[in-house]
Write a protein that binds this ligand. Structure first.
Ligand code: FAD
Length: 378
């Protein structure tokens, strides 16, 4: 459906994972509209790595069949910035599903649950006492800004974007993968740290490859990002790359307030990306789901407060811990010590995976294991 006016209970700007999860969670509201400037299927620059925790949130919203046709990946090979390797079984399998497929399946689930999808680019907002106008004759009682890293809703709230040292830039491409290794590979580098390249098999004859670093490291050209990716992945299979595309990653070490009266921010629009791993889909669907629930609570202007409280309750501790991890790992040798500890002990490996891909915490056991490995540096 293309642009056409209407008055809704809840309008969600952006139909990525955060927006679709919000629409699903708001299913019991009268009228909901899911707006996107794009038409689905649409591509999104992403490693396409879908962690189990995100799938669990979506399962809780009643979504099924998201991973159909894609095989679970059970191993992860990490190479630290100094070259230390930890290759182990993942505590829970992960999936690599191109976002053109994953996001389209999610939008379809939201529409099945009762949301209306409209193609509409939101260029600005007008907040009135009884609702919010979104242009094109569209208005809603509550608006959820799930419009990604360059969020228009966030800008309309007068909130600045992340400073360059809390913002990463990454490029992603697809490479031919005729004989896939059934593991996800992450290769970190001490050069321009924190930075890493990845190679994730999709299982359809391609793999998703990419490289990212902080925006503060200097002007980042496409050729620089691709060159670093080639250097780190170091294999010849990168001939025949397609769909190379870069995008920003607003890291959760810099976050605005989630709720502002009738306006709520979720996912990348709220800067929820894990500063250590760049994973954002779990946080997008979790925050989207909480925003959708809060949006249908009675009293439009209190939605923002209900959402802020719910998100704090669910994620504040984890976000504090990942912020601390980001500070501790500013020194690459700390990460290499972590890799040595993870190579020795599956529980340490699982702890890092929980911190990097879910809502895990920096436990005393993890800290002690890294400290011991650091004390016995080779
Ligand atoms: C290169 C790269 C690799 C990554 N790899 C991974 C990974 O492997 N795993 C992982 O978990 N995370 C990864 N991330 C992060 C992940 O992509 C994001 O965290 C995730 O997409 C956030 O979802 P979202 O719904 O908040 O935003 P998005 O997915 O960006 O969706 C926002 C939507 O809003 C729409 N929109 C924007 N502006 C407007 C407007 N004005 N009006 C209407 N619609 C609008 C857009 O068209 C888009 O569909 C990666 C990011 C990058 C850049």
């Amino acid at each position: 459906m293309t642009d056409a006016g209407g008055v809704y209970e809840v309008a969600i700007v952006g139909a990525g994972p955060a927006g679709s999860a919000a629409a699903l969670a708001a299913a019991r509201a009268g009228a909901k509209v899911l707006l996107d400037r794009g038409v689905f299927p649409r591509d999104k620059a992403c490693g396409d790595g879908i962690a189990q925790q995100g799938l669990d949130v979506l399962g809780g919203l009643g979504v099924t069949g998201l991973t159909d046709g894609y095989s679970p990946i059970r191993s992860l090979r990490l190479t630290g910035p100094g070259g230390v390797q930890a290759a182990r079984e993942l505590p829970e399998p992960a999936y690599v599903i191109p976002r053109a497929v994953f996001d389209t399946r999610l939008v379809a689930a939201a529409v099945r649950a009762g949301a209306t999808f409209r193609q509409h680019t939101v260029r600005g907002l007008t907040v009135r006492p009884d609702g919010v106008e979104l242009g094109g004759g569209l208005a809603a009682r509550v608006v959820i800004g799930a419009d990604g890293a360059n969020s228009t809703v966030r800008r309309a709230l007068g909130l600045p974007r992340n400073p360059p040292d809390r913002l990463a830039v990454a490029i992603r491409a697809y490479a031919p993968d005729p004989a896939p290794r059934p593991e996800q590979r992450i290769v970190m580098t001490g050069q321009r740290w924190p930075a890493y390249a990845w190679s994730f098999p999709i299982g359809d004859g391609r793999r998703n490859v990419g490289y990212g670093e902080l925006a503060s490291r200097g002007p980042l050209s496409r050729s620089h990002l691709l060159e670093r990716m080639h250097d780190l992945l170091g294999d010849t299979g990168l001939a025949g790359l397609s769909d190379a595309r870069a995008h920003h990653l607003p890291l959760s070490t810099w976050r605005p307030r989630p709720g502002h009266g009738r306006l709520l921010l979720a996912g990348d629009a709220l800067s929820l990306i894990n500063p250590f791993t760049g994973e954002g889909i779990f946080y997008a669907v979790l925050s989207g789901a909480l925003a959708g629930q809060a949006a249908v609570s009675p009293g439009g202007t209190s939605a923002g407060r209900a959402y802020t409280v719910a998100l704090r309750h669910r994620l504040a501790r984890h976000l504090r811990h990942t912020g601390l991890v980001a500070r501790l790992t500013a020194r690459p040798w700390v990460v290499d010590a972590g890799m040595r500890a993870a190579a020795r002990d599956q529980r340490v490996f699982d702890g890092f995976v929980g911190l990097g891909l879910g809502d895990g915490l920096l436990t005393p056991r993890l800290l002690a294991a890294v400290a011991t490995a650091a004390a016995h540096r080779p």
